[in-house]
Every structure is written in C-alpha cells, then in structure tokens.
Design a protein around this ligand. Structure first.
Ligand SMILES: Cc1cc2nc3c(=O)[nH]c(=O)nc-3n(C[C@H](O)[C@H](O)[C@H](O)COP(=O)(O)O)c2cc1C
Length: 362
C-alpha cells in the first residue's frame, strides 16, 4: 500500500491516506484548506459538543465550528458528548436545518483527555464505559443512516485510559459491531496526554482486532514516521496533528519523497496567506487573534523564530503582519526543519496552541 492509494471508509472513497487530525482552536477551514492544497486527503472539524448543537444551534460559536470552506475536499464532522440521545438529537437537528449534508462523515470523539470534557463522561472517559460508548455509536449510526445512508460514522480514540490499559481494542471491536466504518487511534493513553512516544504496538493491536480501516495517529512528522506507522501497525492510513500546525508542507513531504523543505520566503508567504483567508472570514482583528498561536509556528527552526513568534502575537491586522514581514526583508532560501520536528517541539506546540484555545483536547 502506498500513501497515495485510495481508501474506502464505508461508501466514502478517499483519494489518499494521509489525513489532518482534528485540533480544537486550529483546524478551522482555512487551516484545512492549506493542508489540502499540500495533499491532505481527509480532514475533520474541530470537535463540536452535541449539547451545544441541541441547545444553542444558532450560537455563532457553534455555527463557526460547522463551517466548511467552498473548496474543501472530504470532511468529517467531529462530535463529542456522553448521552446517546444527544448524538441522535444533534444529528436530527443538523439534518433538519440542512447542515448535515455539508459533511462526508461523522466522527465521534472518544479520545479527548481534557478534564472539562472527561468529567461529563465524554471524550476519553468513554474508554472507561464501553457499554455507553457502544450505545453512542449505535445511536449515531442509526441517526445518520436514517437520512444519509451512504455517510460513514467513525470513531477517534486513544489506546486506553491509564498505564497498561488497552481498552481501545475492545472499544474498536464494539464500534465495528455497532456499525462504525473506521477507527482512528492515537497511540497514547489518556493519562499520558502528550508525553512519551506514541506506542505503535498499541495501534497495531487495534488494527489486528477489526476488519474496518484503522487510521494510525501520533507523532507522524515525516515520511519516515508515516512509513514506520504503516509498517509496524499495518494501519490503513495516517493522521497528522501537531506537525501540521504552521506547517502544511508536512503533507507534501510525507507524500512525495522528492518534496523539499519550504524556504523562509515561502513560509512567510504562506503565513500571510493564512492570515488573509482567516481575516477575510472572521474579520481583521478577530482573525488575527484567533490565528496568532498558529502563525507563531510558521518560522519554527529559522533564525529569528523567537522574535517572529513574539511579534506576530501582538499584531492586530493583516496589514500589520504584511508590514512586519517586509521589515524582515527575507530573501534567503534557508531551509527549515519542518519535516523533522522533535518531541520537544511537539510537546511545546500542544501547550502553546492548546493553552490558548477554549476547548483544546482530543
Ligand atoms: C491543540 C490541539 C487540539 C486538539 N483537538 C482535538 C479535537 O478537537 N478532537 C480530537 O479528536 N483530537 C484533538 N486533538 C488530538 C489530535 O487530533 C491528535 O490525536 C494528537 O495531537 C496526536 O497526533 P499528533 O502526534 O500528530 O499531534 C488535539 C490536539 C491538539 C494539539
């Protein structure tokens, strides 16, 4: 299998096997669009609370999360919650309002480690309550099937709750039994958060347990990482999270051995373009505030990256960003280490971005 091979998830066919992971506060459609241009075959919205859809469906914060870019390719809507009836109710409501059809799949979050999510029984807490997780998958599959029979329902999870817990294997089997069309597994437990290395044996165990596609996730930052994930786990595709922040080129680097690192000028141009798209959508000041965490990462690994990061954090509009980029006056073609991010960078990135988002998690 090669990474550009098509992949069928239920009746949905993806034209590639390298995907963008959902990241709250990061993967709104402008970020997804840039990653797709670099070869990302599938993306997932930021997680959306089923209760917020049910009780505040017209709230701008909810509508923003549901927004899809005009030129986007296949997209899953990711939902989180703890009550099966909330999932079916939220899906029925989205369908009634004509919003479900905007998506190509529905993904259920069973991996978020954040306490504010798990204390309500949602996210990775579902690894501790498999019967409830089963009821959620069944309710979601039934609700989606009733109006969109070709739309697959998928599950994203972690290996287990704590050290040595591998309940993801049972969760994946159960999800398969209840009609899920694929499972994504982040190779860490809930307790690990983002520490240590992703455990590929754990991902392999999930893959061996089910006959639906399994997507491997965790620490994929290069072509070698993606190849290793597939070789050691036999998974059907890979999902990239933190390494794509401020670095959409990670997709071309993973997909094509001949792809080269972006130059400093290319990085600055992409940061500016990202800001322009975000600000055209959200309004100047708000767009910049929402994006500043991500913009900081565009120059990672280049000389002056710390100054860049500190400076872009305070810029109030795209014009100010453009002017700042002119003052840098870079005409170098310095290479970055974009494809080879180390653990320190990944951890730092989760803290940096995650610390500034209202519902960062998984
Ligand atoms: C800032 C941030 C926000 C995240 N938000 C979500 C989310 O909304 N839903 C989800 O399933 N996972 C979320 N995750 C987890 C990622 O999807 C992914 O599983 C995790 O980062 C491991 O992949 P990576 O090593 O490639 O980053 C988030 C991760 C980060 C860093």
């Amino acid at each position: 299998m090669i990474l550009t091979d098509p992949l069928s998830i239920g009746q949905l066919t993806l034209l590639g096997r390298v995907m963008l992971a959902p990241m709250a506060g990061v993967t709104a459609w402008p970020t997804r669009l840039l990653c797709r241009e670099m070869g990302c075959a599938f993306a997932v919205t930021e997680m959306v609370s089923v209760k917020s859809i049910l009780y505040s469906p017209d709230m701008p914060a909810v509508l923003d999360l549901l927004e899809r870019g005009d030129e986007e390719g296949p997209l899953a809507l990711q939902l989180f919650g703890a009550e099966p009836s909330d999932f079916s109710g939220a899906i029925a409501l989205l369908n009634d309002r004509g919003r479900l059809a905007a998506f190509d799949a529905v993904d259920i979050n069973m991996g978020c480690p954040a306490q504010k999510i798990t204390r309500s029984g949602a996210g990775s807490a579902l690894l501790l309550d498999l019967p409830r997780a089963a009821r959620i998958v069944a309710a979601t599959v039934r609700a989606v099937e009733s109006t969109h029979p070709a739309m697959p329902v998928t599950v994203k999870t972690r290996l287990g709750w704590g050290a040595g817990d591998r309940s993801a294997v049972r969760l994946a089997r159960m999800a398969w039994d209840e009609g899920a069309a694929a499972v994504t597994v982040h190779g860490r437990t809930r307790d690990q958060q983002y520490s240590g290395d992703a455990d590929l044996e754990g991902v392999a165990a999930v893959k061996a347990a089910v006959s639906i596609p399994v997507i491997g996730n965790g620490d994929v930052a290069s072509r070698a990482d993606a190849e290793r994930m597939i070789r050691e786990t036999h998974c059907d595709g890979v999902m990239i999270g933190r390494s794509a922040i401020g670095n959409p080129w990670v997709f071309s680097r993973v997909l094509h051995s001949e792809a080269v690192e972006p130059t400093a000028a290319e990085r600055l141009a992409m940061a500016l373009r990202h800001a322009r798209i975000q600000c055209a959508w959200r309004g100047g000041q708000r767009g910049m505030v929402e994006l500043r965490g991500q913009l900081g990462w565009y120059m990672k690994g280049l000389p002056g990256a710390a100054t860049w990061r500190a400076s872009v954090y305070g810029l109030g509009c795209v014009g100010a960003l453009e002017a700042f980029i002119k003052t840098i006056g870079t005409n170098t073609n310095t290479s970055t280490n974009a494809g080879g991010m180390n653990d320190g960078r990944r951890k730092e990135q989760a803290d940096y971005i995650g610390g500034r988002t209202s519902q960062a998690g998984e």
